[in-house]
Design a protein around this ligand. Structure first.
Ligand SMILES: Cc1cc2nc3c(=O)[nH]c(=O)nc-3n(C[C@H](O)[C@H](O)[C@H](O)COP(=O)(O)O)c2cc1C
Length: 451
């Protein structure tokens, strides 16, 4: 399979052209667009068009409080010059954690979040002369809950594609409507704590097939949270409306899947012909509801990282034991940039944050600048790229270039660590901190595969 192997922009352009992707991966060398402020609403304007995507580091203590490595990660982002820092998936209940070291926001932990946030803003202000907008992602891990380390799935529907991964029997119980009703209030409590901690906004995580995202796809579920589009989106819509009433002034948003890339009836926003093709009518219907609630920005992503991850995070090397991608990574990059552009074009009044640029390494600013200029996204987010190279915004804006030796090489090692229960970060570019956890994760993965 093809790997990143470009020594000039022209070499990259040649491959883009050979694959017939010129219109899907536009390139532009005018980087001035990154420092054009973006007005999000009456209260918030972000000074730069680069965002850190939420990236779990799994470095909280048992009680969910961000630990030393978390403070280090956010300090790196703060220094790097991002206009928006989207704090990682933070569980709203212990049972909702995807890992015993996932952030967990509750009465006993919010003050540590307040300190993490204050430190991040202060360092950014001192280093760059501005404060980034700070949003925290609130989550229930649902099918991927592992609060004590072992899987404890909480599922909204049975899935032909996802149940076999955890060997779930056909009679494995579904989460009840009562639980989901109560969960609405749990999210409201968490949003209040996030506001008390000083966050500018909260993200009701609706992506990557965690619980809220699985509900969006619960065609086969009965009752008020399943079946019709109205029912499937109920948890998100009703909870956002409740938070709006309970937390005046708090920016509300979601990181949502544009589509799941899991065939109907097991995916959100899918064509009904059993293909992997999206039906953007569902996506745009939900976005219309979000706009009505007053959501001023959305962060867009796709698919499920546990199932065919090449859709959502194009890579050179898969995690241990996983198959290689059946396509050139540039096709994944192109699909991602293109579909975000379609949603942005359909909703020109709502700024959207795009994903999928990291694989392009030092050439990502060219694709990002063109995307912004063409109105195919309003901001560009970096996930693995921010782990590896948190100084990306400052280097692009102040020096006009990224250093190839600092870029993420999409080796999937950060994902491997995440799956195998250690603290995660960039194993290649931040090796002194993360090569040890990677070795432990690797041994664990190999033992797991041996059975
Ligand atoms: C280690 C790791 C942790 C992640 N944590 C989160 C998370 O907390 N919330 C989320 O929405 N996405 C999460 N993601 C997905 C990224 O935000 C991003 O969508 C993905 O890596 C693709 O973007 P990229 O190509 O810039 O890396 C994570 C990805 C990785 C590899």
């Amino acid at each position: 399979m093809a790997h990143f192997n470009y020594h000039s922009l022209d070499e990259l352009k040649a491959d883009i052209h050979a694959l017939g992707l010129d219109d899907k991966i536009p390139l532009d060398d005018d980087f001035s667009v990154f420092s054009k402020p973006l007005k999000i609403n009456e209260k918030f304007t972000v000074p730069r068009r680069f965002a850190v995507h939420p990236m779990e580091g799994f470095d909280s203590d048992a009680d969910g409080k961000p630990g030393e490595l978390a403070f280090r990660r956010y300090a790196r982002y703060a220094r790097g010059g991002f206009g928006l820092i989207w704090f990682e998936a933070t569980a709203v209940l212990h049972e909702a954690r995807s890992n015993p070291s996932q952030f967990w926001l509750h009465e006993g932990s919010w003050e540590t979040f307040a300190k993490l946030l204050a430190d991040t803003k202060k360092l950014a202000r001192e280093t760059n002369g501005f404060e980034p907008l700070c949003v925290i992602q609130l989550t229930h891990s649902g099918r991927y809950s592992r609060p004590e380390g072992a899987p404890k799935p909480i599922i909204a529907h049975h899935s032909l594609y996802l149940d076999p991964i955890h060997k779930l029997p056909p009679d494995y119980p579904l989460v009840t409507d009562d639980y989901l009703d109560r969960l609405q209030d749990t999210y409201v409590q968490a949003a209040k704590l996030a506001q008390k901690a000083g966050f500018d906004g909260i993200d009701l995580k609706g992506c990557h097939r965690y619980l809220m995202s699985e509900l969006l796809a619960s065609h086969t579920r009965e009752g008020k949270y399943g079946g019709s589009l109205e029912n499937r989106t109920r948890l998100m819509r009703e909870t956002l409306a409740k938070i709006k009433a309970a937390c005046p002034g708090l920016l509300l948003t979601t990181r949502m899947n544009i589509y799941d890339a899991l065939p109907y009836p097991y995916g959100f926003a899918m064509q009904k012909d059993g293909s992997r093709e999206p039906d953007l009518n569902e996506t745009n219907w939900l976005i219309a509801c979000l706009k009505e609630i007053g959501i001023p920005i959305v962060n867009l992503t796709i698919a499920n990282p546990y199932y065919e991850p090449y859709y959502g995070r194009p890579f050179d090397v898969p995690i241990i034991g996983a198959p290689d991608a059946p396509e050139h990574p540039l096709q994944g990059v192109a699909r991602f940039i293109d579909i975000v552009g379609k949603v942005q074009k359909a909703n020109p009044d709502l700024p959207v944050i795009g994903t999928g640029y990291t694989w392009l390494r030092q050439y990502l600013p060219y694709a990002a600048a063109a995307t912004l200029k063409l109105g195919k996204a309003a901001m560009i987010g970096l996930g693995r790229g921010a782990f590896a190279y948190p100084d990306t915004p400052n280097d692009v804006i102040n020096k006009g270039a990224m250093d190839p030796n600092k870029c993420c090489v999409t080796c999937s090692r950060c994902t491997q660590i995440m799956r195998d229960g250690e603290h995660t970060g960039c194993v290649i570019r931040d090796a002194a901190t993360y090569s040890k956890p990677y070795q432990a994760a690797k041994e664990h993965a190999l033992a797991r595969l041996k059975g």
